[in-house]
Write a protein that binds this ligand. Structure first.
Ligand SMILES: [Zn+2]
Ligand SMILES: [Zn+2]
Length: 138
């Protein structure tokens, strides 16, 4: 998907994402579900992301390898950013162009509670598989 522009709910933060990968992921981990109240639907936006009104972006150091960002004014969740690479994973709901979006991966499938289940057929990774796979990057 090509360049996309969007903003937080109140408009204090305007975002330009240079390229949005339409193959999005879902994270069922405890942190994501506590942070957003539901699993985190994330699109990979790489490092080419610009913020207008960056002074209104608050970053929270959620782990040694990643930070989570949100708007100071309205609380809209803006990103999950990998510290090492600077790559942004952003909520799919921020982007108005939904053409071609496809759910391809569910992370922390073993932390998904029993009260919901998606019918989408996707790849899945458990906590153990994720830590094994990303061990070199974390
Ligand atoms: Zn806002
Ligand atoms: Zn998560």
């Amino acid at each position: 998907m090509s360049k996309q522009e969007t903003s937080c709910v109140c408009g204090s933060v305007k975002i330009t994402a240079g390229s949005v990968n339409p193959k999005f992921t879902v994270c069922h981990c405890d942190n994501c579900r506590a942070w957003g109240g539901a699993p985190f639907f994330a699109v990979q936006c790489g490092t080419n992301v610009q913020f207008e009104g960056a002074e209104n972006v608050k970053e929270y150091n959620s782990s040694t390898w990643a930070a989570r960002g949100f708007c100071r004014e309205c609380g809209t969740h803006l990103f999950y950013k990998l510290k090492k690479t600077g790559e942004y994973n952003m909520p799919v709901g921020l982007f108005p162009d939904t053409q071609g979006l496809e759910m391809v991966m569910q992370y922390f499938s073993d932390q998904r509670p029993s009260y919901y289940c998606f019918s989408n057929k996707t790849e899945e990774m458990t906590r153990e598989e994720i830590f094994a796979y990303f061990a070199s990057e974390i």
